[in-house]
Ligand binder design. Structure first.
Ligand code: S3P
Length: 180
């Protein structure tokens, strides 16, 4: 049976962390960031993990963590890495974990927020905007496939995004008699 957690998905820089913080106050739930959980467990940063072990290793850790979280207590908000919903198995695990909310933003928004960022190994190199466009093009349909709720987030303040999510969750809960 599906758990009553909320999971925020979306591209790097889509605002999962800031939205998660706002939503945790709004819904009075704790927030967990799966990237940070992996970093804590591994005792090294995502960049260090990618450099030493490669992306495949990191992806395995993401899937392992989702499997464990499914067994944990519910009524939490999870912010997951931008690549988590790419694997079919992960999309299923996310659904079992709770309501999946996709924060949809444009490549320009991501670029504006992340230019100069050195913590995202997948966006390093000469042409970050080209990388963002390419990855987003590949991922867009997978994010949509994973999502129960899609929130267009471009140009909106965090408080507005939080409110839209809360309203949609309330509506869904009413429709499905789901208790929050
Ligand atoms: C990744 C997103 C990152 C992090 C890793 C890979 C991705 O998380 O998991 O660098 O593949 O999109 P954020 O979305 O929190 O930046």
């Amino acid at each position: 049976m599906r758990k009553d957690n909320v999971i925020l998905i979306g591209f790097m820089g889509s605002g999962k962390t800031t939205t998660g913080i706002g939503l945790s106050y709004r819904l009075q739930c704790t927030l967990e960031d799966t990237d940070k959980m992996i970093e804590r467990r591994e005792g090294r940063t995502i960049s260090e993990i990618f450099a030493a072990e490669g992306e495949g290793y990191f992806r395995k850790k993401e899937t392992e963590l989702l499997r464990e979280l499914r067994e944990g207590k519910a009524r939490r908000i999870f912010s997951v890495g931008g690549g988590t919903p790419l694997l079919e198995e992960n999309r299923e695990l996310l659904r079992e974990l709770g309501r999946v909310v996709y924060l949809e933003v444009s490549p320009e928004t991501v670029y504006g927020r992340l230019k100069g960022d050195s913590t995202r190994p997948l966006l390093q190199g000469d042409d970050p905007m080209g990388r963002i466009q390419k990855l987003m093009g590949e991922r867009e349909k997978l994010y949509r496939a994973a999502a129960d709720i899609v929130i267009p987030a471009d140009g909106k303040r965090t408080a507005q995004v939080v409110e839209e999510i809360a309203k949609k969750l309330e509506q869904e809960n009413k429709d499905e008699n789901f208790d929050y």
